[in-house]
Design a protein around this ligand. Structure first.
Ligand code: SF4
Length: 315
């Protein structure tokens, strides 16, 4: 019986897919990973090369194998020629898998290298900024950590130069991510009432920003490499702004700027120094909104301390 080229290619395609699948499973077993049959997965064909389950284009292998089989004789696929075709296919697939792994490895290595270079060069890159606008522009185009992929807008922070207080939070939330402005929404309005209570106002006395300039997905804590990548922006902002005092709101900001690895309850109280600037630690407004009975009184103590520092600084 004569077999058409298309049918022959179809059989080979399926045979190669099965071989590929078996080799994937062998590899998964060797690496102690969960084994799943990717042939059953309808998404498989659309998955990209760097994802698990990638299925290569076998057309080149098929062309090479069918070229060695005389057209049309189905029996050839089952006996000598068939056997050698499968063996050849096996080794071609093995080679193709090896090349694919090397390519993915090279790309990942290159990605890691360029990320390392970017992060290492960031302090110099940011040090060249002379104004807050320059920093804001560099933040808005920054791709130094993975958060650039999920942000809607970067949030560099805003306020006046030489502020009485620089307020530093952890990272933008959903509303900040959408607007590009720091501390908007309910927590931001609540923060305004705190400042109003000690006669400090946005647009006149404050600069408000965050340690991390792009929103972590789901408001998770920023990862150490994200903190490391982003902190030079904040350090440069502080140097340009020279605030009279810094108020850290929330655990992450406080831990990074005071270099302590304890809970915020234990960090509150002392007046720290950041490059000679007095620094006070308090709870984040969102935490106080969630638990006003526990946190309102300590925040008020912290604000009074902050107010006294500003007064002593001669404002
Ligand atoms: Fe760049 Fe910071 Fe945004 Fe990461 S979080 S992309 S380091 S600006």
């Amino acid at each position: 019986m004569l077999m058409g080229d298309e049918m022959q290619e179809d059989i080979l395609q399926k045979a190669f897919e099965s071989l590929w699948d078996i080799m994937e499973m062998e590899e998964a077993i060797l690496q102690n990973k969960p084994v799943k049959s990717m042939l059953q997965d309808p998404q498989r064909q659309s998955e990209s090369a760097d994802q698990e389950g990638f299925l290569p284009d076998f057309s080149a292998v098929i062309r090479s194998v069918t070229g060695s089989i005389s057209t049309g004789d189905a029996d050839l696929l089952q006996d000598e020629a068939g056997t050698s075709a499968v063996e050849e296919a096996y080794s071609l697939i093995e080679e193709s898998r090896r090349q694919e792994r090397e390519k993915v490895h090279r790309e990942k290595e290159q990605e890691r290298k360029s990320h390392r270079e970017k992060v290492e060069k960031l302090p110099e890159y940011v040090a060249s900024c002379r104004t807050l606008e320059e920093i804001a522009w560099k933040v808005s185009e920054c791709t130094r950590c993975q958060l650039c992929e999920t942000r809607k807008r970067a949030v560099p922070g805003n306020g006046v130069v030489n502020p009485k207080v620089m307020i530093i939070g952890e990272a933008p939330g959903a509303e900040e991510d959408a607007s590009g402005e720091p501390f908007v929404g309910r927590a931001g309005k609540y923060l305004d009432t705190w400042m109003g209570a000690i006669k400090l106002f946005r647009g006149r006395d404050l600069f408000i920003g965050n340690i991390i300039k792009c929103r972590p997905p789901g408001n998770r804590d920023p990862l150490p490499d994200e903190q490391k990548a982003c902190i030079p922006f904040l350090r440069r902002q502080i140097r340009i702004l020279r605030p009279k005092a810094i108020l850290c709101v929330g655990r992450i900001a406080a831990q990074i700027l005071t270099r302590q690895d304890v809970g915020i309850g234990r960090m509150r109280g002392p007046v720290y120094r950041y490059e000679g600037i007095p620094l006070i630690v308090t709870y984040h407004p969102s935490a106080v909104l969630r638990n006003p009975e526990s946190y309102r009184a300590p925040v008020w103590e912290d604000l009074q301390k902050l107010s006294a520092i500003i007064r002593d600084a001669g404002s």
